[in-house]
Design a binder for this molecule. Sequence first.
Ligand SMILES: [Zn+2]
Length: 389
Amino acid sequence: MPAAVVWDSALLGYDLGGEHPLNPIRLELTVRLAAALGVLDGVELLVPESASEEEIQRVHDAGYIAAVREAPMAGWDVGHGLGTPDNPIFEQMHEASAMVVGSSLVAAGQIASGATKRAVSIAGGLHHAMRDRAAGFCVYNDTAVAISWLLDNGFERIAYLDTDVHHGDGVQAAFYDDPRVLTISLHQNPLTLFPGTGFADETGGPNAQGTSVNIPLPPLTDDRGWLRAFHAVVPSLLEAFQPQLLVSQCGVDTHDEDPLASLSLSVDGHRRIYQNVRDLAERFAGGRWLAAGGGGYQLIRVVPRSWTHLLATLLDRDLDPGVTLPHEWTGLIDRIAPNAELPTAMGDGRDTDHDPWDGTVEHPVDVAVRDARRAVFPLHGLDPDDPRD
Ligand SMILES: [Zn+2]
């Protein structure tokens, strides 16, 4: 198998409850759709174990972990961003969050051991969690823990690519002054969206200038604009940085039907992103690619299709966007959400071909391209104004 897939229903325990937008059913519906389409045929799903306190402490303070542990029993405000509408306290909060970290660690371990070059932790990608606090639906930063572990297990140069609609602030913060980790985040302009960071001038700490890259995109950016910005910035930096491994956070809240944000990508665009990331991993990271999930709040119409494409891409079983949704899966949706209007196919019928950036400022995303390139390209020996770089 070209990729290891980590999945167990225990990961559904990361459930913020009530009407919270991060409903774990999106993960179950993804796995069910992928299975119904044959994407997972012959794939042995790897079952994670909870991450230990020691592993979680790679990126989180002991006092914060203690607060997460005691929060469900505490009759007082435990602080640390816990008990807010975004980060409500739930039963087994520590255990469920540690399981998500364990999922990403299993994926990392598969790559570090050489068992596989690609691995996916679909429940991971909780990129907003900070050293001492929960944020943006994220309790523990599984991806940052996995990167930290990989740095101690054979990897010296890791590129992290965050394509969620929100800035990957927690992962950026964890490695802001670490020259071994290049973080690149494409996201909706932080003036218009949580968490309010991710501007082009956030370029890394004094020991790691140029290893934090931010591409804030204007609201309503579509597949073509997104891919134009991506290709204008990302491949050159990866070629210059020469990572041994590419870690990607694959949030799909960039979709135009997502209820929490305002970009206008399609499932076809998501599929194209995954194929591009796979190609970049092959070209610049020795084929090594660790993928995590992330945001995505159109639980039925978008997330299952997009992440089924992610699984298919990792497994080299690419699905055509015209593939129809299998009855086995649509029947399941009819039972659990009879009023849901389902798409008929695995794509949204969008054309994702884009015009490459040519060094000018013509398209709405070009300002972000220019600013991101000017902020970091010279630090990598690249010419920010020359589209050949
Ligand atoms: Zn997000």
